[in-house]
Design a protein around this ligand. Structure first.
Ligand SMILES: NC(=O)c1ccc[n+]([C@@H]2O[C@H](COP(=O)([O-])OP(=O)(O)OC[C@H]3O[C@@H](n4cnc5c(N)ncnc54)[C@H](O)[C@@H]3O)[C@@H](O)[C@H]2O)c1
Length: 382
């Protein structure tokens, strides 16, 4: 396969972790005989400093013609006092909006040997393997804002179609996993949450009778995510609740630096990015954990390009490196960003005695629809 990937390293540790992700993607391409090309562009603070806006038109044009987008992180204290339109995060929000990326998929899985890194008891986190499906372009983050001297207001608005399209992604995903969806809302208080619950319930009844659907209030769910995380499989929720609960779920598995995510819409390209920010205090020190970025690269292969076998091989290589104790300081190790990336590249080399990759290859899927998506996320560590 030939694919062109837009690379947006961004700020802080973004360039360091995405460099490792590209190294690893090149190794996957070599092993499986693909032709992946990469083209860099500026976003966030870097773009503000070089061309004066967080999402330059050239960057957006590159993303639109790419097969997939890989992003590092944006932001940093040097832009904190800037006016809203000159803040780095506007670059990322704008890109998601322009590309129509309305759903964020965030797999949260405890990698082998990392149980002791969780702030929770090992018996509570053992076996954690869930996916959060968060609505990404609606709700309070995109509503009208008003500010008076002594008051402020942020509007939260959802339409039935915005809810239905993201619910469909979660329900489809559940079909290839354990057929369970937990939908989180605040329907006891908020009108948007009542519409959310009503819409998800109606869609489920009409088309997804084979899936078990539970509704939880967000506050109770936030408690259950830390008291019995293995009770969840696919979690569906709106933008702000998803933002909060997905960071909460992320720390279950040891470090924010370990998790990747996919932002998807109806069509290509999708956007793949680690869930962490730019971690300014770690920038330039070769200590940042690259696994969130490399895990995002695995999602890019499976979800973005439909290369499921390649995604599974990369996930297995990450697991092998983690299980072997090659860890950055956030996970209790002393390996550098580069060493962890290099170890994953090494782990991707097929053992000489194995049958050739070509001989084991299954027919490749077309651009992933929901079913393909689900299949990749079903077997993250296979
Ligand atoms: N998607 C994004 O680009 C994104 C997301 C969140 C925050 N941000 C921005 O990043 C900046 C810093 O924000 P923050 O400190 O709240 O969040 P952060 O994710 O950058 O850092 C939170 C904590 O996690 C650690 N950490 C994060 N990534 C790590 C990694 N790969 N390896 C090891 N440790 C890691 C950091 O050192 C810090 O202790 C801010 O400007 C914020 O706006 C960007």
């Amino acid at each position: 396969m030939r694919a062109h990937i837009a690379m947006l390293p961004g700020d802080g540790i973004g360039p360091e972790v995405t460099r490792e992700a590209v190294r690893v993607l090149r190794a996957v391409a070599k092993r499986f005989g693909h032709d992946l090309t990469f083209e860099h562009a500026a976003i966030g603070g870097e773009a503000i400093d070089t061309v004066g806006c967080p999402l330059p038109p050239d960057t957006l044009a590159l993303c639109r013609r790419a097969d997939a987008v890989l992003l590092g992180a944006v932001g940093g204290p040097q832009w904190d006092g800037a006016p809203p339109h000159l803040r780095p995060e506007q670059g990322l929000l704008g890109l998601r909006r322009e590309l129509g990326l309305f759903a964020n998929l965030r797999p949260v899985r405890l990698r082998p040997g990392l149980g002791a890194r969780s702030p929770l008891r090992q018996d509570v986190v053992a076996g954690v393997d869930l996916v959060i499906v968060r609505e990404l372009t609606g709700g309070i983050y995109f509503g009208a804002r008003e500010r008076g001297r002594d008051w402020a207001s942020d509007q939260c608005r959802y339409t039935r179609s915005e809810i239905e399209r993201v619910a469909r992604i979660a329900l489809d995903l559940a079909r290839a996993r354990s057929r369970r969806v937990a939908s989180l809302d605040k329907a006891n208080l908020l009108e948007t949450s009542r519409l959310w619950r009503e819409t998800v319930t109606q869609l489920h009844a009409a088309e997804y009778g084979d899936i078990s659907l539970e509704h939880h209030l967000i506050d109770s769910a936030a408690m259950q995510v830390v008291t019995r995380p293995t009770a969840f499989d696919v979690i569906l929720t709106e933008n702000m609740f998803g933002d909060i609960i997905s960071d909460e779920a992320a720390v279950l598995v040891g470090s924010l630096g370990l998790l990747g995510s996919a932002c998807i819409g109806y069509s290509r390209p999708s956007l793949f990015e680690p869930i962490h920010g730019s971690a300014p205090s770690l920038a330039g020190r070769n200590v940042a954990n690259p696994i969130g970025a490399v895990g995002s690269a695995a999602l890019l292969l499976g979800e973005g390009l439909g290369l499921r076998e390649e995604a599974i091989a990369l996930e297995a290589a990450i697991d092998a490196v983690v299980a072997g104790g090659q860890l950055t300081p956030d996970c209790g190790g002393s390996a550098s960003t580069e060493v962890v990336g290099g170890s994953i590249v090494e782990a991707l080399r097929p053992a000489p005695s194995r049958p050739s990759a070509g001989a084991r290859k299954r027919p490749r899927a077309e651009m992933p629809g929901a079913a393909n998506r689900a299949e990749t996320l079903q077997q993250p560590g296979a």
